[in-house]
Design a protein around this ligand. Structure first.
Ligand code: AMP
Ligand code: ZN
Length: 136
């Protein structure tokens, strides 16, 4: 538990939340400002600021849980699709600095905006990135 972290308090049950699932490692809650009906957040009970700080085993469990909850969204809310979003650091849109995974149900013709303007992969970028990532 980290002092003054709202998601630590929610995950611990100290602040009430609309809980959809809970086990020893995670609490899954409804997002208070949903992008769509059923937008949920997977919160680990232990505090890690972002995915880089998360232990690998817990990260694996978090994404397995995301798969399960995505299936539940499809069967229960009958959504047409699900986006799984996970923001790390302010530049990526993270606003709460306690690791979390968003599950955003999608409905045909909804107005949810998660897009980006498509760029162009230049040969120089391709060569530089492949070299840096594969040779690290
Ligand atoms: P992110 O921008 O990835 O850090 O997402 C933070 C998310 O947490 C946003 O979608 C918020 O709407 C949501 N959020 C913030 N405070 C609460 C809260 N008290 N209960 C539920 N969701 C929250
Ligand atoms: Zn926390």
């Amino acid at each position: 538990m980290t002092d003054n972290c709202i998601f630590c308090k929610i995950a611990a049950g100290e602040i009430p939340s609309a809980t959809l699932y809970e086990d020893q490692d995670f609490r899954v809650i409804l997002d208070v400002a949903p992008a769509s009906k059923g937008h949920m957040l997977i919160l680990p009970k232990q505090h890690y600021a972002n995915i880089c700080e998360m232990p690998e085993e817990l990260t694996g469990k978090a994404f397995i849980l995301a798969k399960k909850m995505a299936g539940k969204l499809e069967t229960t809310l009958k959504c047409d699709g699900v986006n799984i979003v996970q923001n790390n650091h302010e530049a990526a849109g993270q606003t709460v600095f306690h690791f979390h995974i968003h599950l955003i149900p999608r409905y045909a013709d909804d107005q949810v905006g998660l897009g980006w303007k498509m760029g162009k992969l230049t040969d120089a970028d391709r060569d530089e990135i492949v070299k840096k990532i594969t040779e690290e």
